[in-house]
Structures are given as structure tokens and as C-alpha cells.
Design a protein around this ligand. Sequence first.
Ligand code: PXL
Length: 276
Amino acid sequence: MQQKKIALINDITGFGRCSVAVMAPVVSAMKIQAVAVPTAILSTHTQFPEYYFDDYTPHMRDYIDTYKKLDMSFDGIATGFLGSEEQVDIVVDFIKTFKKKGVFTLVDPVMGDYGKLYKTYTPALCNKMKDLVHYADILTPNLTELCSLMDRDYRDGDFSEAELEAMCQQLSFQGPKHIVVTGIHHSEKQIMNFVYSRGETPKTIMVDRIGGDRSGTGDVISAVIAGMYLNGHGFYDSVKRATEFASKCITYCEKNKVPTHWGLSVEMYLRDLMED
Ligand code: PXL
């Protein structure tokens, strides 16, 4: 049997365990080959007070062209942090070229958190991100990103399950069969993940809130979902495994006083993801 390959269209950030830096080891542990397609190169992620940001847009077409010429194929495509509006067009072209029958696309519409957009995400870029939704099989927004995609006010993150279902249903009509809204503030003690699959009753997965929010958590969760799904698991089981893995890493970080912007210590538990 051939090993599976996933294209990770995302930034490469040296310090802070986000995007490719954390997604590649996670999918590798799940026996899937990670192929990085960089969107930007950063020294640290944008939650640090200082970071070097090199937009990779001018090089992406040539980079991707070699994969076209080599007639390369992928089993999955996962997109994340994008650095410019033009990149969305490049990513759409990538998906159109490589999304052959049976290939799935996970779009993590990375744009912001806690009701606020990241510094590099202009309103125009956020608007453009809506184009990508049409190409997703799986969409993994947090509540901030869901609201931004739906042009809804964040309202301090206070949404009922019926409202979440209605928003997911509307988004699902645009393309993605599966949507998980991650990291919803449910109570002081718990975080809710809202799992929606078109035509099915939505389910929630509750996880205990352990300390403050940690950057890179969404990237770890997306990577585990992509890996599980590629390995033949259902969407709900994939999300469950992803949230359990992230919780375990977060517990370790809390116990060991890892600063919240250093990302999750996935290295400690990669072994757990290795299945036969
Ligand atoms: O984890 C999301 C993310 C990805 N990539 C970069 C980021 C962030 C969040 O801040 O700055 C560069």
C-alpha cells in the first residue's frame, strides 16, 4: 500500500508551534507524508510583540508549478494561514488542479480569535476567504471566523446551538459537508466544539477548559482531524480524537508552565497518534 500524502498550504513559522511546524509532525505520526506549500515565512507567529513576516505570494506559483509538471498527486489538501488576497486565488487554482476524485480538502479559515482578527488579516482578505469555503469538504472555523465568514456580529461569543446549526447549515450549502466550530466558550469550566455534518443532527464535544487559550491549538486540531479522516475515520471520531489530543498537550503545558504563546507541546504525545 502506498503511503498517503497531504499538501499543507500554510505558513512556516520558526518559533511558536503553529501551522506547518506543528501540523507536519502530527500527520507524520499518523503515517501520512506532509508536503509543505508555504504561504509566508515568519520568525515567530503574529501573537508575539515582534515577528518577521515574509509574504511568499510572489514565489508560490513557481513552487506549485513543479508539482504540476511532475504530475504529482495528493490524497488530501489542508489550507490554513494565508498572507494575501492573491494567495486565495493561488490556493483555489491548487485545489482545482490537485483535487481529483477521492481527494479531500480541509479549509481552516484562519483569520482571528476572541472576536478579533489577526493583524495580517485585512477585512478585504477576510472577505476573500469566503471564496475558499466553496472548495472545502471540511471546514474548521472558530467562532470568530464563523462570524466573519457569515458577516455576523460576534456578540461576545454568545450563540445558541440552534443559531450555530443554522449558520453551519448555511455555510454547508456553499460546499463543506463537515464543519466543526472549535473552541466555543461554553462556561468558565468548559469549551464546546460544535460538530456539524450535512443531513445529520449536530453533536457537541465538551472539553475541560485548562488554563488560558493557547496559540496553535486550532492548527493541532485541524492536523489531527485531517490525519484521522485520511486514515478512514468518520468526522465526529476525528474531531473527538483531535480535541482529546489537544487537551492532553494543553494539560502538559499548564503543568510545566509553558507560556501560552509558545504553542502546544505536541512532541510529548506524538506517540499517542501512531496507530497500527
Ligand atoms: O495558529 C494560527 C496562526 C497561524 N499562523 C500564524 C499565526 C497564527 C495565529 O496567530 O500568527 C503566522
